[in-house]
Ligand binder design. Structure first.
Ligand code: IPM
Ligand code: MG
Length: 356
């Protein structure tokens, strides 16, 4: 009997539903071809749901019971969250934040791979020069604490939100990054932090040093976040695996996405190894493009490939990844920006490569 994977689907805001639609077409095709099935649960959450259930007057963001039920799935595919009709950060923190922080998805894995020279904005950089994975810590740092505003709006206002790191949180993400580096030919791991200015990040310096002793075969390196941003543009070939804190990881992976060809292709996994994990494109909800069928769904399709790997469907994952890679290297593609090929056309072209 074929295996059934329980997958929650949260299409979310803006272009989320469109890109998820194409991601699911690819998931169905892969399941047919590789002989497994998926039991999907649609989650309605996002800004429309919040507004429809009352908005500012007690609208639903992500109820606890629904959150607990979501955890009983093997994975979640997310489209996008964020909409100017809701207060800044409310839905993002209440949906993505809750899933990441309360769900213990402590790894935010962001592969950065250039498939074809044509898609790189950097002069003379080839696919071999842009092939790295950023391991972003996903449950700590300034993200997870509520902000404190003293004397809000007053002349003596003080606003704060601490950058806090635990040893357990720091060690598990660093260990994961070392393990990942061991699986890659170059076996190189760069720690990215700002420990010269944010001295609390000394915990990263020390824990990295300690954990490195268990991985003598991994070549280690260090870069401050500002310098790392510069090198990402100047010498992306210097990076293999890099590990960093939540906030810096958020920033540098958007830069990385541009280096690999833009937000249209960059995918990520929010992972609790061996447990419920979440996969999503790293782009946002692009409210202005909503419903136009212009968004590039390749990032979501790449997220589906990452999800398949997590589900143990290795062959299917490689097939999807290969289909995307071959497509992006072919003359069929005129550009990766929204609208060059329609959302549906992208889905059709990937399915075609998969033999559907
Ligand atoms: C990301 C996003 C989120 C983040 C936002 C939506 C809160 O930018 O996944 O990178 O900052 O982590
Ligand atoms: Mg981001």
């Amino acid at each position: 009997m074929s295996k059934t994977h329980k997958i929650a689907v949260l299409a979310g805001d803006g272009i989320g539903p469109e890109v998820v639609r194409e991601g699911l077409r690819v998931l169905h095709a892969a399941s047919e071809k590789y002989g497994f099935s998926c039991a999907l649960t649609d989650l309605p959450y996002g800004t429309d749901h919040w507004l429809a259930t009352g908005g500012e007057d007690g609208g639903e963001i992500f109820p606890d019971e629904a959150f607990v039920r979501t955890q009983e799935h093997d994975a979640l595919l997310l489209g996008a969250i964020g909409d100017p009709r809701a207060p800044i950060g409310l839905i993002e923190r209440g949906v993505i934040g809750k899933l990441r922080w309360e769900g213990g998805l402590y790894i935010n894995l962001r592969p950065i791979q250039l498939y074809d020279e044509r898609w790189c904005p950097l002069k003379d950089k080839k696919p071999a020069d842009v092939d790295m994975v950023i391991v972003r810590e996903n449950t700590e740092d300034a993200y997870v604490f509520p902000p404190v505003f003293e004397d809000k709006g007053g002349p003596n206002e003080v606003a704060s939100q601490p950058m806090k790191y635990t040893r357990a949180g720091t060690e598990r993400v660093i260990r994961y990054a070392f393990e990942l580096a061991m699986t890659r030919p170059r076996r190189q791991l760069t720690l990215i932090d700002k420990a010269n200015a944010v001295r609390a990040q000394d915990i990263y310096t020390r824990v990295f040093e300690e954990v490195s002793k268990d991985y003598p075969d991994v070549k280690t390196d260090h870069a401050y976040i500002d310098a790392a941003c510069m090198w990402m543009v100047k010498n992306p070939e210097w990076f293999d695996v890099a590990v960093t804190t939540n906030l810096f990881g958020d920033i540098i992976t958007d830069l990385g996405a541009m280096v690999q060809g833009g937000m249209g292709v960059a995918a990520s996994g929010n992972i609790n190894p061996g447990h419920f994990s979440l996969f999503e494109p790293i782009h946002g909800s692009m409210p202005k493009a909503t419903g136009k069928n212009t968004a590039n769904p390749v990032a979501t399709i790449n997220a589906v490939a990452m999800m398949l790997e997590h589900l143990g469907e290795r062959e299917a994952s490689i097939a999807v990844e290969t289909a995307v890679r071959e497509l992006l290297c072919s003359d069929q593609i005129e550009g990766l920006k929204a609208g060059v090929h329609s959302t549906t056309e992208w889905g059709d072209m990937v399915l075609d490569r998969l033999g559907f």
